[in-house]
Design a protein around this ligand. Sequence first.
Ligand SMILES: Cc1cc2nc3c(=O)[nH]c(=O)nc-3n(C[C@H](O)[C@H](O)[C@H](O)COP(=O)(O)O)c2cc1C
Length: 533
Amino acid sequence: MVGTARNGPASVKRNKLNNHGEDVDVDDDDESIGNGDGSPHQPRQAEHLQQHHAQKSLHIAPMIRVTNREFRQLMRILSKRCVLWTEMVVDETIFYCSKSKSPSTSTGDATSTFNREKVDVHLDYDRSMEHPIICQIGGIDPEHTAYTSRIVVDEYGYDEINLNMDCPSDRVQGKEFGAILMKDEKVNRACEIIQSMKKSSSNVAISVKCRIGIDDDENYEFIHQLIQRLHKAGCNKFYMHARKVLLKGLSPIQNRIVPPLNYPIIYRLCEDFPKIDFYINGGISGLRAAKRLVYGYDDEKKGEDKDANIKNNQHSVPCRVCNYPNGSCIVPPSKSNVPSNLRGCMLGRAMMDNPSLLWDCDRYFYGEDNNPCRTRREVLTQYINYLERVYPRRCCDDQDYIQTNRIPSPSVIHTKDYCEVCSDWRNNNCLITSNVNNNNIIINNGGKVKIKITSHVLQRSIRPILGLFFGLSMSKAFRRRCEELIADKIIRNCGPAFVLASALRIVPDEVLDREFIRTEDLSNVVEHVSPQQ
Ligand SMILES: Cc1cc2nc3c(=O)[nH]c(=O)nc-3n(C[C@H](O)[C@H](O)[C@H](O)COP(=O)(O)O)c2cc1C
């Protein structure tokens, strides 16, 4: 049983966004989420996704060392509607760190064994912004996955729990979880894990993210049987990375490039399992490709023969129709042929490399009237405000022995109001100002400065933004400037918000204020992530 947490149930936020990006009031006495005593919870957590059922959804793929809180915040600034995913969280980590003792585990309850502070490092998120959000778990021990699922749902109120059966990295393979669970001899274990997760998470959906084949097991019968067995164990939702995985001989990066993509196999699974929800992942380059995949392309408009299209949807790999370099088949279904249980799609590297693409998600993909932001300046202003809130400056306190290394930032007492490096900026309401000709921040790598904000914090904060100017001429210069400033020991203590604002001085106003281009007006759209990436 999960013990009573320090912040208890009240730590689950009362003002949430529903799936339409609207504020939902949570009544004071409706604190059923996170009751923390293991008693059956109310289904509120799952609503974010359940309300959504009639509509297709766009997911931002789980990516280790990428989809952290900072990255997710950026995604949420760009889209109120897309579904966010955590990085993979290892069940064993939650199991042990939640039971570990630390001096600050002060629930006031001598019997409590739940170390919220430690678990927060892995599972905490911004309840007011991040819903709908799915927590991905990696694990092999049903006891640990069950325990972790209970915490994920009861204590943190995630909207869905996902089991990682996709990751082929050596480290993950060594622990016998991730993609290796797709191996025939391991599937029984995967089924036990799903059953254990399901028991511990009541109304919250359990899903699996997997590939379409593994090693030599790559024919349709194999994946059909795998889905059948996992479905029997209680899983009704599958995020299908539409390429097989090779456990030996390919690195994780190569495993996302070399094996061909095969979308038609997913359409076939949709047909064969009408009661299961499927989501396509792998190689989707942006919103246009995403929408064509899940809503189908307009065969009438193209004047193409409908029957031929239906056949095309089912053609085999390698495919001469798609003309995709490494023998993949990435044909989208025609509108008249979209499986109704193809519920959505998932984008990974496209969002990591070129996050601006997401700006048009709410209008173009979800059919909203407007998007949250129209220019990069609007995005950056919100993101800088966020950084300022979660990682405040450390240049005006004397508590050199306390380091800011993660959220929540330690609270410190400011002994002075004024810092000669960042005061002007703060007095100016933390505005983003272009100063292209007078780029006068002094890079200072010398001298003895006590570093109070770690480089880890700086990297996490700035990295999500590095691709925001993707495709624009000053993109490289901006990235370089960020690197230089991150290395500057003096400016670092002024906080990541100031570092980012300082790097932005080299970006002309005209670029910051230029309106994003509507997805349908984009020219030269690459429909899929290049197999070389
Ligand atoms: C840096 C990186 C880290 C990833 N980490 C995970 C992970 O933890 N769990 C997982 O299921 N997939 C992980 N993936 C795979 C992605 O979720 C996704 O399945 C893959 O990138 C294919 O989608 P894409 O072509 O849209 O990038 C990772 C991918 C990248 C690039």
